[in-house]
Design a protein around this ligand. Structure first.
Ligand SMILES: Cc1ncc(C[n+]2csc(CCOP(=O)(O)OP(=O)(O)O)c2C)c(N)n1
Ligand SMILES: [Mg+2]
Length: 541
């Protein structure tokens, strides 16, 4: 039995689990284990704010489909990371967050930095615990990794007291056992699901990121084609369904349930798969479905099935295998209704003619030019909010692992998320579109990009405002019959103007400001050609 302190044993455990990176921000209570980590293969990526560390880990976990390790410092560091952890929990990202603490022996002292870390983390994690016994450190770490990776995936947190890690342990470091959850329902249940879906004439599919996690894009396409159902994205922030497919309806949106209600109002049979419904900020309180609509809900998360409204058939199963079997069953029950094999997922970007110069905009031209110039494997992180429509038009989601959006309504994910994705897919060009508002929550991520030369590109869609808040307020005025008036000054970012290229330069990232149409083409070329991170301050109206 090998004897070594827990602070060394944890690195053996990371190695056994193939962990490549630790995203973090350190403090004195973690000094012992960070000092020990120097002898191991895990690369520490220093972030200058905890939101950056968690955001980078989130992007890495999403792109790699693997657990991502985060190190935070005590209650203050965990506190700074919590908003981003909320985002990761809503999105189902398997983050393993380690939080340092002075020691169990100081429990009764209530000294500086003492806090109930488990209680702090609980609402934003799947599992939060504190290691007390030196001989259970690795056991607890493995449990955390297992829980993070078991659907529904999500962030977990383990408090590591310094004195526990200084103790000698003989625990073996062995790979974590992740349970297999590729399960299919029994045939009679599949038959019921198919019959239920075929009973309607106006069929609808509501889907989300559970499709991407399961790798079920082709199977979903086949079922949609077999049913002739329109497909709408609900909690849909990755490539789940080809956005150029004739059956693609769009995304339901995150704000108002009334908008989603209009989409589902006519449907008489509905397949909900890989998502929860409905995720808006202001969801419809009464069921927006027809009273005679038949609902089938397939997901690996039993909690989400029939969470708010009853369904006719609820199935806890893997989307990929279940949709494959469901497609076959639909064709068996109604042969000739549709093709039995899925069409190939389309790979080529749509091509649009150049509009006359006077009708073009800087934003449109930039995205169109990028779509025309960038290689096939371009990865887009879309946190552009009100500047997002040209991205959906010119760079629609068409391939697994090539499209990401923020989740859970959180801002500041774009820049760190793109860095994490670039680490997971170093060969692919990665471009993040974010706003002048969104970027500023985690702008220090640029320093991390420069320090480790992580060559993601960042496009700040700079309109001098929190435009989305203006737009939502205008809708509120309309709904309440309030006469339009000046927007709150709190939504304005124009004074003083933020100098993004100056910030980037001071943090070690090259870039340029683009204001005029004639500057766009050269800027796209410069960005794509630049070796290393690069920022474009794209001035839009
Ligand atoms: C962490 C966080 N804080 C605040 C908000 C509220 N919020 C939603 S949209 C928005 C404005 C975003 O502005 P910008 O990124 O410039 O995009 P634009 O609306 O101008 O397109 C804000 C502040 C949020 N979603 N997340
Ligand atoms: Mg803005």
């Amino acid at each position: 039995m090998t004897k070594r302190p827990g602070k060394v044993a944890i690195f053996e455990q990371f190695a056994a689990d193939g962990i490549e990176y630790m995203f973090g921000n350190p403090g004195t209570v973690e000094q012992g284990f960070l000092d020990a980590g120097g002898d191991f293969d895990v690369d520490y990526l220093l972030s200058l704010h905890e939101g950056v560390a968690v955001g980078m880990a989130d992007g890495y976990a999403r792109a790699s489909q693997r657990p991502a390790l985060v190190q935070l410092h005590s209650g203050v560091g965990l506190g700074n990371g919590i908003g981003m952890l909320y985002q990761a929990k809503r999105g189902g990202s398997p983050l393993v967050v380690l939080v340092g603490e002075a020691g169990v022996k100081y429990d009764a002292m209530d000294g500086q930095m003492a806090a109930d870390l488990v209680a702090m983390a609980k609402p934003v994690t799947k599992f939060a615990t504190r290691v007390i016994d030196p001989d259970s450190v690795l056991r607890v770490l493995r449990r955390a990794v297992k829980i993070a990776m078991t659907p529904p995936r999500g962030p977990v947190m383990v408090v590591l007291p310094a004195d526990v890690l200084d103790e000698i342990t003989t625990e073996p470091a062995v790979p974590t056992s992740i349970p297999e959850t590729r399960v299919v329902p029994e045939p009679s249940l599949l038959a019921r699901a198919a019959t239920t879906l075929l009973s309607g004439q106006r069929r609808l599919i509501l889907m989300g990121d559970g499709i991407a996690t399961s790798g079920a894009q082709r199977e979903l396409t086949a079922v949609a084609e077999a049913l002739g159902a329109t497909v709408w994205g609900v909690n849909d922030s990755e490539f789940n369904f080809d956005a150029t497919h004739r059956l693609y309806g769009g995304q339901l949106g995150h704000m108002f349930g009334a908008n989603s209600a209009r989409v589902v109002a006519e449907a008489d049979s509905v397949l909900i798969v890989g998502t929860y419904i409905f995720p808006e900020v202001f969801p419809a309180l009464d069921s927006p479905f027809r009273t005679d609509a038949k609902l089938v809900h397939i997901d690996l998360d039993a909690y989400e099935i029939a969470k708010n409204f009853p369904v006719d058939v609820g199935i806890v199963a893997d989307p990929k295998l279940t949709l494959a079997a469901l497609g076959k069953e639909i064709n068996r029950q109604r042969p000739g209704l549709a093709p039995s094999t899925p069409l190939e997922v389309s790979r080529s970007r749509p091509v649009f003619p150049e509009p006359p110069l006077e009708e073009d905009t800087v934003l449109d031209r930039f995205v169109r030019r990028l779509a025309g110039r960038a290689p096939e494997d371009l990865v887009v992180f879309d946190e552009a909010l009100t500047a997002s429509p040209p991205l959906a038009k010119y760079l629609p989601a068409q391939q697994p692992g090539r499209f990401f959006q923020t989740r859970g309504g959180s801002l500041g994910v774009g820049i760190p998320g793109a860095l994490g994705i670039k680490l997971a897919s170093p060969e692919a060009p990665v471009v993040a579109f974010t706003g002048d508002g969104g970027s500023m929550y985690t702008i220090q991520a640029l320093w991390t990009a420069a320090r480790y030369n992580i060559g993601a590109k960042f496009v700040i869609c700079n309109n001098g405002r929190y435009q989305l808040l203006d737009d939502n307020l205008e809708q509120y005025w309309r709904e309440l019959g309030i006469a339009p008036h000046t927007h709150p000054a709190a939504f304005d970012l124009s004074t003083p103007a933020i100098g993004f290229t100056g910030i980037a330069q001071s943090l070690g990232v090259a870039g340029q400001r683009v204001e005029k149409l004639y500057e766009v083409d050269a800027a796209v070329e410069a960005m794509l050609a630049h070796d290393g991170p690069y920022l474009i301050d794209l001035v839009i109206d």
